[in-house]
Design a protein around this ligand. Sequence first.
Ligand code: FES
Length: 144
Amino acid sequence: MSGLDFARTSPLTRAFAGADPMDPRLQLTRAADTLKIGQYHRHVFLCVGEECCTKAEGEAAWEVLKKELKDRNLSLSVGPNACYRTKVGCLRVCQSGPILVVYPEGTYYFGMTADKIPEFVQKHLVEGQPIEDRIFARNPLPLV
Ligand code: FES
């Protein structure tokens, strides 16, 4: 069983229980378990690219997003508001940033500077109420 704790691992990790410990898929599924990938309800991508905002604006927004998600126990957590976050270099919009998109709704926000992040986290991620005056596009993904 390779020393796996069955009560705390994903079905995919358990599927690799008899695998060679050096099998990269086993290592990856363990990493995914640690990150709680497979248990999120939303995924937020924040662009910090310098075509849509300054480096300082993007990084400041990212730091506030990380802190807000952590403080509200939404990051690396489980539950209906559990949210994964990813910092990206470009979402191909390249203006009026920082640009932020949240899935599965596919809601695109503009101008998401650090001061706008706490309201976004509270309203959209916690209360499920998108902030309409900051949204410029929608591309909901079908649930699988
Ligand atoms: S640099 Fe932010 S969308 Fe392209």
